[in-house]
Design a protein around this ligand. Structure first.
Ligand SMILES: [Zn+2]
Length: 397
């Protein structure tokens, strides 16, 4: 026992000497600071601790900054670390994650910047790790397109949901004309408590069965026995469509909301008969929401209006598929990388302005019309010079 310890201890001493010899060789300027150890520890759902040991051969280390970033923003947070200057420093920076609104398995990226008294600076490479929820026995199902983490669920059900999500992914890839650079992660929760636990930061969790976390490339879904299978696959497809779109449009470009929701609804199921029936019934009663009103209707408080707006948007994509084919869907979606103007995108891709497109769509529905409501053209403003009123100071004359 003692011998064994000695042997181990001897190895450690030798290793330490190697480290010391390597880093305390006389050096000046470049390379004076070396990292001895760098890692992180996650205590889900409370905190993440960043740890670093560094040594400088030139002068005591006087300054350390931790840059970290999680989620949608590309901007890094900077934390100046307080410590006593020394040639060898061991730093620990705890970060409370409870106010960060992070979904489990969100990616956190960080780097360190260390400076010594002579002004030598070392910036480490960006490192990325997962804010993993290690309290559960997660199982993984994955291929080159998707990654699914789950626990407490029937294998066959998971296989079925994975196949459905993968099929949705492939349809989205065909519609957008590209595959995603980063593999989406889908989390499946077998009980509502666990599903809601990390979502304190979002409202209306109660009736939600699936959610996409923008910027994290993560979708969380509730999979309980009482939920119909079709609802589960529809939810997966819907959220995956939002995720895809979010990855596709960079910077300030994006689909107008009614088209974004329309596309997600279009992808929900292979057969669009429910949506088409709803839209045709509204058309028959002359109750369709005109395209110019869809931007407001999609977030209407009235559930029927909102539902109709979702369904109309979905049938727009069915119409494009049927009339112009897959290639035009790709062109239409890509047009919004250059414009946010629906009329411009439609003119460029279909040679029809929004009003003419709507007239064609209504005919396709089986309820042709001669004209549709159009946006009132913006009048040309004639500059009018108003005389600047002269204010009199109180009591003045
Ligand atoms: Zn949606």
């Amino acid at each position: 026992m003692v011998k064994q310890w000695r042997r181990w201890c001897g190895t450690a001493v030798v290793m330490w000497l190697v480290v010391v010899a390597r880093v305390w060789m006389p050096a000046s300027g470049q390379g004076a600071i070396q990292i001895v150890r760098q890692d992180t520890a996650t205590r889900y759902p409370y905190s993440v601790t960043f740890r670093l040991s560094a040594v400088s051969s030139a002068a005591p280390i006087t300054e350390a900054r931790l840059y970290w970033q999680a989620g949608p923003q590309d901007v890094f947070n900077v934390q100046l670390v307080a410590f006593t200057p020394a040639s060898l420093v061991s730093l620990e920076v705890p970060l409370s994650t409870q106010l960060l609104s992070l979904p489990p398995f969100a990616q956190i990226t960080y780097r360190w910047q260390i400076r010594d008294g002579q002004g030598n600076t070392l910036v480490t490479e960006n490192e990325t790790f997962e804010y993993a929820d290690n309290r559960k026995d997660w199982q993984e199902t994955a291929n080159e397109r998707l990654r699914m983490l789950w626990y407490g669920l029937d294998d066959a059900l998971v296989a079925e949901l994975f196949a459905a999500a993968d099929q949705s992914y492939q349809q989205l890839a065909a519609d957008f004309g590209v595959t995603l650079e980063h593999r989406p992660l889908i989390l499946l929760y077998p009980d509502r408590r666990a599903f809601e636990e990390f979502q304190d930061f979002v409202s209306n969790v109660e009736f939600v069965v699936g959610r996409y976390f923008p910027g994290h490339n993560i979708i969380a879904c509730l999979v309980t026995p009482d939920l119909p299978r079709e609802l589960l696959t529809d939810t997966l497809a819907h959220e995956l469509s939002h995720l895809y779109s979010d990855n596709y449009y960079v910077g300030y470009t994006r689909l107008p909301l009614w088209l974004e929701e329309g596309l997600a609804t279009y992808h929900e199921s292979a057969d669009l008969s429910d949506e088409l029936e709803l839209v045709q019934r509204a058309a028959a009663r002359q109750r369709l929401v005109p395209f110019i009103e869809l931007p407001a209707a999609i977030r209407a408080n009235n559930v029927q209006t909102a539902n109709l707006a979702y369904a109309e948007g979905a049938t727009v994509f069915a119409f494009i598929h049927e009339m112009w084919g897959q290639g035009s869907v790709v062109d239409f979606l890509s047009a919004f990388r250059r414009t946010t103007h629906v009329d411009t995108a439609m003119r460029n891709v279909f040679g029809l302005g929004m009003a003419d497109f709507e007239i064609a769509w209504r005919a396709w529905l089986g309820y042709p019309v001669e004209q549709v409501p159009q946006a009132i053209p913006t009048p040309t403003l004639i500059p009018l010079l108003l005389p600047t009123p002269t204010y009199l100071p109180p009591g003045g004359s």
